[in-house]
Design a protein around this ligand. Structure first.
Ligand SMILES: Nc1ncnc2c1ncn2[C@@H]1O[C@H](COP(=O)(O)OP(=O)(O)O)[C@@H](O)[C@H]1O
Ligand SMILES: [Mg+2]
Length: 323
């Protein structure tokens, strides 16, 4: 525990200690104690902590702050309170969620705690955000973070797959164009089990630096991709993760009109194999998959999804399930 370097007080309360939290690759996150309260401070880093060189603009923290404020109006209970935002020093002071009471969804999965109701709630929450964020004002607020989204997602994930497999460059170009074409609401951009805190009666959403006005399908594919990868990685829990995958989509897609449903399915099916490949061969590979054997299984399944006729989520599941 040390004294914070760039901040002495919060809400005029003197900071007495701060502790760095383990976490992502793009920020410094601290648990801070003042003489009265606990807080969390998050600050953006310029250079991301990954192997391949990757630099991003720190103004993305402003959009995370705007996302928190925006979503507090939609999901009051599920978004941390915010106390301060400093655009010059690039930090947010927010509510601290006690680690003894909250675990990330990722931690739960690694402890083999798999709950279908949690997934249904997450799906409902995400739909609620997406369906309440398509107005003009939201568009104007968030569209200017598209450059960061491109630098942190479309390029290092999708385009990088194209650089590794030039055969799919054209295909990926179309996916990126589709993203623009179907930009109709607020996308979180990093909707992953690592960024979801699960408590006894509450789920909390974090880490929206990549948010932008885009195609909501990105959040769906980004999130469910973690479930597909886990169904491959945790062999003994494979079918449970597939059930989560099915429930998540069933819940979300049940809200859509037939026309929208068909369009979403089409976009989901096209984006899924590139997302899968990106977590093996992109700039931000899944850190727990080191064995070449598992990487090759994921590659093989992605190629199958890309090169055969896939019409439904059931077809996707069949390919994932094949051994
Ligand atoms: N408000 C908070 N309260 C408690 N823990 C938090 C809070 N915000 C972030 N964390 C923890 O810190 C980790 C990293 O924070 P995150 O916002 O996801 O930053 P990064 O962009 O580096 O991934 C999270 O996965 C979570 O475990
Ligand atoms: Mg994170």
């Amino acid at each position: 525990m040390h004294k914070a370097i760039w901040l002495d007080t919060i809400n005029q309360e003197k900071i007495i200690q701060y502790k760095k939290l383990k976490g992502g690759v793009s920020s410094e996150v601290y648990h801070v104690k003042t003489n009265k309260n606990n807080y969390c401070i998050k600050r953006s880093l310029k250079r991301l902590l990954v192997k391949k060189k990757w630099i991003a603009n720190t103004n993305r923290i402003k959009f995370e702050y705007l996302w928190l404020k925006h979503c507090q109006n939609i999901l009051k209970r599920n978004i941390p309170n915010t106390y301060e935002f400093n655009n010059k020093k690039k930090y947010i002071v927010m509510e601290y969620l006690e680690t003894s009471q909250y675990k990330t969804l990722k931690q739960l999965y690694f402890n083999k705690i798999i709950n279908i109701n949690t997934i249904r709630s997450i799906s409902k929450h995400l739909y609620k955000i997406h369906s309440n964020s398509s107005n003009y004002k939201t568009k104007k607020t968030f569209e200017s973070n598209y450059k960061n989204f491109y630098d942190l997602r479309l390029d290092p994930y999708f385009n990088e797959v194209g650089r590794v497999y030039p055969k799919y460059k054209e295909y990926i170009k179309k996916i990126n164009e589709n993203y623009i074409k179907h930009s109709n609401t607020l996308v979180h951009g990093d909707f992953s089990p690592k960024n979801i805190l699960v408590g006894k009666n509450k789920i909390i959403y974090l880490d929206a630096e990549c948010c932008n006005f885009g195609d909501p399908v990105f959040d769906l594919v980004f999130f469910t991709n973690h479930l597909l990868i886990k169904s491959i990685f945790f062999k003994d829990k494979s079918q449970e993760f597939i059930k989560l995958y099915v429930s998540f989509y069933k819940e979300y897609l049940s809200n859509l009109s037939i026309k929208n449903f068909n369009s979403y399915i089409d976009r989901i099916i096209k984006m899924t194999p590139i997302m899968l490949l990106s977590r093996v061969d992109g700039k931000s590979p899944v850190e727990y998959i080191n064995k070449e054997k598992i990487k090759n299984i994921i590659r093989k399944k992605s190629f199958l999804l890309l090169d055969s006729k896939i019409n439904s989520l059931n077809d996707v599941i069949k390919v994932i399930n094949e051994r």
